[in-house]
Design a protein around this ligand. Structure first.
Ligand SMILES: [Zn+2]
Length: 297
């Protein structure tokens, strides 16, 4: 597979379609060196201190924020621009075309891990661009990591997503599965536990997963009823399907099925759900999230 470099991205953005093969000017080369150094510094900070330790130095070095933001908006993400080719390459980096924020939706865009308005030096850096679905893009637009625990999860620089990072519990008061960081792997009080919680909070993943879990629960209850099989048996067969997927393709459970896995486990573990509450889902006509709605509706 061909590997693209940051130079390729930068050159396409700066030269555009019209001057595709023009050598970069002295000023452009200075800008390139600054942006390349910035993304390497960001990576080093990420690994050794955390994303929150990275400081944008565009202004210190006399670069205008608007110039870097425009490079992204006009030359990289714009569908007719020369840099769009690399935007599309970055979008395709997502395994299974799954959003690398929620691991559920289809990838349709790129999101800045550190917002470009506050970190213009990373506006076109592949290290800072995360393939994501439209639902996740922009949700956390103003969020800036501020401490080791207040940082979201980066799909390439962290390995949390390839573990069983979530756990779920059936809440019999609100009749829904609620999701939280997996305390067996990431004990409460640990930095990883707090980061998962932050990631879920800033991207609104609690309600995203709760709604998917409601749909899945209703679907499994309806299937068991129609087929005349026991619900417990059906949920177990769903779990073994997920385990089979994971055997053939180890990341499968974590990339697109982890919330499903957690949902099945949470339902099986709840005697209230398995003995009586499941009947409530049989009669459920619509999907909704308890506690959410509009006045008058
Ligand atoms: Zn998403």
């Amino acid at each position: 597979m061909k590997k693209h470099s940051f130079y390729d991205v930068f050159e396409a953005c700066v030269n555009g379609k019209r001057y595709r093969n023009r050598p970069l000017s002295h000023n452009d080369m200075q800008m390139y060196r600054f942006l390349r150094a910035a993304q390497e510094v960001f990576k080093i900070h990420y690994y050794y201190g955390g994303a929150y330790t990275y400081k944008d130095e565009s202004l210190t070095f006399g670069w205008q924020k608007s110039r870097f933001v425009a490079l992204y908006e006009e030359q990289l993400s714009n569908k007719r621009a020369a840099g769009r080719k690399y935007y599309d390459v970055l979008v395709r980096l997502a395994p299974d075309n799954k959003c690398q924020v929620c691991l559920l939706g289809k990838v349709e865009s790129l999101d800045h891990f550190l917002p470009k308005e506050s970190y213009p030096s990373l506006s076109i850096s592949p290290y800072n661009l995360v393939p994501c679905c439209l639902g996740c893009n922009g949700v956390k637009s103003t969020f800036k990591p501020s401490s080791p625990k207040r940082q979201a999860i980066h799909y390439k620089f962290d390995d949390i997503f390839s573990s069983d990072w979530l756990q779920g519990e059936y809440d019999c008061v609100n009749r829904k599965v609620v999701f939280s960081p997996n305390t067996c792997l990431y004990p409460e009080g640990s930095v990883a536990h707090a980061r998962i919680a932050t990631h879920m909070e800033v991207h609104g993943l609690h309600s995203v997963y709760e709604l998917e879990a409601l749909r899945k629960t209703r679907e499994m209850v309806a299937y068991a009823k129609v087929e005349g099989i026991s619900l417990e048996e059906h949920i177990h067969s769903e779990l073994s399907k997920l385990a089979d997927n994971a055997r053939f393709y180890p990341r499968a459970r974590h990339t697109f099925d982890h919330w499903k896995w957690v949902t099945c486990k949470a339902l099986l573990a709840s005697s209230v759900f398995m003995q009586s509450d499941y009947q409530w889902f049989e009669n459920m006509k619509r999907y909704y999230l308890p506690g959410e709605g509009f006045e008058g509706l």
